[in-house]
Design a protein around this ligand. Structure first.
Ligand SMILES: NC(=O)c1ccc[n+]([C@@H]2O[C@H](COP(=O)([O-])OP(=O)(O)OC[C@H]3O[C@@H](n4cnc5c(N)ncnc54)[C@H](OP(=O)(O)O)[C@@H]3O)[C@@H](O)[C@H]2O)c1
Length: 360
């Protein structure tokens, strides 16, 4: 595989910091540009992040002295330096939409962690093991944008990253209804216990916009390309409650599910064990070997013990049992800033690279 020069837009943020760690020494991607708001522009990345560094490992030396560019003012300059950008910024939705389109129209593909373009009908929202074929909509998007190379591809919300992969191999049994309660880590809000002391010893029963995203986005992921758009699936019926809990990293979900054709417990376990997708087939550098890990122990998965399985790129599942109201219930977990954010975006970029979407 050839190598590509990349930029990180939002490099000073929580997800941006994860990108820096994941891309340091990446076999295909080489970070040559970092950008954030005008507040950070002109400083070195190390200075701009300052005391906000929230990762366990240090900021990679290869990036620490890069001078931060202005994500909005320097679009053309950044586009001329890189083959594509990763984007994770905290701005208003319409501003993010405009910014991402500006990069795409400057012929710079955007792999985005932001929610602004998730509903755009010709923007693929990809979990590479589940709907890799959706990247083919990029040809239609390029037609709309009038670009040769430029496009936008997005990652889904981190909340659904645990339960959609667990449900996907069970679709053959006809999933009817899903109830998912998520218990979401504070890094999902770009925070640590130092920057959000109110979260110590606390649960907050509201995360703005999260339940809507958790119910709607799976239907796009399970949708189909029809002409120049991705048409959402019309089932299953999903209802969610999303809570913020006192955990640093790792979103847990308690899931209840009913089927048209109720499978046996063994059939479900077999479907999880045998499930693998295009990233495993292509041996993409960030792909977990085993995407879904099932724990027999009744007190697993646990955020603290299991979020880093397969470098934080796998999904852990446990406690599968029959339910009185639904057919089954189980618990699942994924690392929200790795598989749920930066890691998932890097894997999607590896898929796009392998399929030639960054070629010139
Ligand atoms: N954290 C997660 O687990 C997670 C998961 C999935 C998706 N996301 C999404 O990823 C995005 C970033 O989240 P985060 O948690 O990394 O946020 P964050 O830690 O608050 O970082 C925000 C980033 O956006 C930049 N920014 C703010 N205003 C800007 C502007 N006007 N122009 C250019 N850059 C600007 C900041 O730069 P300065 O330092 O210069 O202010 C910083 O780099 C959000 O859209 C979020 O919804 C987050």
């Amino acid at each position: 595989m050839k190598t590509f020069n990349v930029g990180i837009i939002g490099a000073t943020g929580m997800v941006g910091q994860r990108f820096a760690l994941l891309l340091d020494k990446h076999p295909w991607f080489n970070v040559v540009a970092v950008a954030a708001s005008s507040r950070s522009a002109g400083k070195t990345l190390k200075e701009a992040i300052g005391s906000r560094w929230a990762m366990q490992e240090p900021l990679p030396e290869s990036m620490a002295e890069l001078v931060v560019m202005d994500a909005s003012a320097d679009v053309d300059k950044i586009a001329s330096m890189v083959d594509f950008v990763f984007c994770a910024v905290d701005m208003k939705k319409d501003e993010i939409k405009a910014l991402e389109e500006k990069y795409a129209k400057a012929e710079c593909p955007v792999v985005s962690n932001n929610s602004a373009n998730r509903g755009t009908e010709d923007v693929p929202m990809v979990v590479p093991e589940i709907n890799p074929e959706h990247i083919e909509i990029i040809n239609a998007q390029r037609k709309r944008l009038g670009t040769k190379r430029g496009f936008i591809a997005v990652k889904s919300n981190c909340s659904l990253q645990s339960y959609v992969p667990a449900l996907h191999p069970l679709k053959k049994f006809g999933i009817k209804n899903v109830l998912a309660c998520t218990y979401q880590a504070i890094s999902g809000a770009g925070k640590t216990f130092e920057t959000w002391p109110e979260m110590v010893d606390n649960v907050i029963p509201f995360i703005g916009g999260e339940e809507e995203k958790s119910e709607l986005e799976p239907l796009k992921i399970w949708g189909e390309i029809k002409g120049d758009v991705i048409e959402n699936a019309t089932s299953p019926c999903i209802t969610t409650q999303c809570l913020r809990v006192a955990v640093s990293d790792g979103h847990t979900a308690a899931v209840f599910v009913s089927f048209d054709k109720k499978p046996s417990k063994e059939e479900i376990l077999k479907a999880w064990k045998e499930f693998s997708g295009v990233p495993q087939e292509l041996e993409l550098p960030s792909a977990p070997k085993q995407f879904l890990h099932y724990f027999e122990e009744e007190n697993r998965p646990q955020a603290k013990l299991d979020r880093m399985i397969e470098n934080g790129m796998a999904v852990s599942i446990g406690r599968l049992r029959e339910d009185k109201q639904f057919d089954y219930k189980f618990v699942c977990l994924s690392h929200n800033t790795l598989r749920g954010a930066a890691g998932g975006a890097v894997l999607m970029a590896e898929l796009l690279a392998a399929k030639g979407y960054f070629d010139r």
